[in-house]
Design a protein around this ligand. Sequence first.
Ligand code: FE
Length: 234
Amino acid sequence: MDKNVLQKISYGLYVVCSKYNGKENGQIANSVFQVTSEPPTLAISINRSNLTHELITKSKAFTLSILDKQTPMTFVGTFGFKCGRDIDKMDGVNCVISQNDIPIITDHSIAYIEIKVTKNLDVGTHTIFVGDVIDAQMLSDEDPLTYEYYHTIKGGFSPKTAPTYNKEEEVKGKKIQKEERNMEKYVCTVCGYVYDPVKGDPDGGIAPGTPFDEIPDDWVCPVCGAGKEAFELQ
Ligand code: FE
């Protein structure tokens, strides 16, 4: 079996939020899909170890913000690689409140959807939540961020808790990239983000073509916020 085939399936990138008993949290999800059109029904796969899983299970409701193509890596990093049990991810982020009193992230979002959960399907490490769309609104005309764009253009990977995490693909992809270019890449040992000198980190003020050694010492990983010392040669 060639597991790389699974990487050819297309996904978007979304922030999923839920709230229960005053506790709220959001996380990045890519495995979201429409199940039926009448009534409009969506499904989403969430790792059982995530705080958002606990909140959706209890509240039976969640919101979904569709991210735009220009979403910075730092934003994806906060919601995708950090745990809501350790930090308040909602701090400083612009939200509106849904019909079911759940935050809807409006930063870097082109549209949002609110879902009322009707079914849970236990699939081992994850639960698939199926639910009715009870609200949906457009926020901008920007293009949506796809997982493909995040992965190939922005240099992002799936965290280990994502349904699409693939260790083999990650390692093989890095080797091919190294053979194709001369400048050395550095990988974040915390989150797996790869600093590619060809691309630089424009969101973090690092111009394309900047070697890792020439990045200022106060620069941090655009995904997880780790310092330069957390990086090692790939
Ligand atoms: Fe990192």
